[in-house]
Design a binder for this molecule. Structure first.
Ligand code: G1P
Length: 292
């Protein structure tokens, strides 16, 4: 069985939910405290053992490439001022094996993944979506999926249950139980169903291990929900031909593609910081006291 070595991170979308900031700044560069959201995603991939990352880029996304590049002038400046901690921060982000390709037309997530076909060279691969940031210091969400792939050999979708009123924002899966209570065998998938048409409340939350047969299926997939080529539709077909699992991963997941979700992530990540947490918690207590 082939090992999972490569990951794809789609990052070509316009980020309309965050206008006006996304007019000239990629939404993937919006910081949670002081780190761009895409860096959290890249770090999760690296910590899970991924060796090569392909970012699907697009117009106006050059800041992402600059972020993961070396920055000689800045590095020299920090070195001459003996700011070695900052120098390390700057260098670490350049120390990742990242490749880029541009999605020329915005035809949906399925089409974005199809851009990764030649990069994957017939290997099974990981997908991480930048709108879903998962906090789990014990074991990254992607690593949990990779372990399930190693144990079963099937494609694996990272899922969690969502509130019934939120099913229309996600790909929703239905399936059969297995001996592992966190693991289901997928029998059906629907992209963003209406609440009364959803087969369950188990939503795919931005982490996937997918076998390379998906590319042929994506090539044949017709535009679906929203007129876009949906990854969910191709995965549903894959589940008919091969085993696809849904794994209820452990970790606190934030929808940073949504303004409220982004604010929650900002507050909670700040509270977890050694250098900021205590002062920030005191400030929040004081503030909430005053706002009552
Ligand atoms: C995408 C997928 C959807 C998935 C979601 C997770 O939707 O199409 O199946 O559940 O990501 O965040 P998007 O939020 O990009 O519209």
């Amino acid at each position: 069985m082939k090992k999972i070595r490569k990951a794809v991170i789609p990052a070509a979308g316009y980020g309309t939910r965050f206008l006006p900031v996304t007019k000239a700044t990629p939404k993937e560069m919006l910081p949670i405290v002081d780190k761009p959201t895409i860096q959290y995603i890249v770090e999760e991939a690296m910590e899970s053992g991924i060796e090569e990352i392909l970012i699907i880029s697009g117009h106006g996304k050059r800041a992402i490439e600059d972020h993961f590049d070396s920055a000689p002038a800045l590095e020299m400046e920090l070195k001459s001022k003996n700011k070695l901690d900052l120098l390390k921060l700057v260098r670490d982000t350049a120390d990742v094996n990242i490749h880029y390709i541009r999605q020329r037309y915005m035809r949906g997530l399925g089409d974005a993944i199809l851009c990764a076909k030649s990069f994957m060279e017939g290997e099974p691969f990981a997908v991480l979506l930048g709108d879903d940031v998962v906090y789990n210091p014990a074991k990254p969400a992607l690593k949990q999926l990779m372990d399930i792939y190693d144990a079963t050999g099937g494609s694996v979708l990272g899922c969690q249950n969502v509130r019934p009123e939120d099913v229309s924002s996600y790909g929703i899966v239905a399936g059969e139980e297995t001996e592992n209570e966190r693991l289901m065998r997928v029998s059906n998938m629907v992209e963003k169903p209406a609440i009364d048409e959803a087969p369950s409340t188990l939503a795919v939350l931005g982490r996937y291990i997918i076998k390379p047969q998906i590319f042929e299926l994506l090539e044949k997939t017709k535009p679906g929900k929203g007129g876009e080529i949906q990854l969910t539709d191709a995965l549903c077909r894959l589940a008919e031909l091969d085993t696809v699992y849904a794994y209820d991963f452990e970790g606190k997941r934030y929808d940073v593609g949504d303004k409220l979700g982004f604010l929650k992530a900002t507050v909670e990540f700040a509270l977890r910081r050694e250098d900021l947490g205590e002062d920030f918690a005191n400030y929040l207590k004081d503030l909430t006291g005053k706002m009552k």
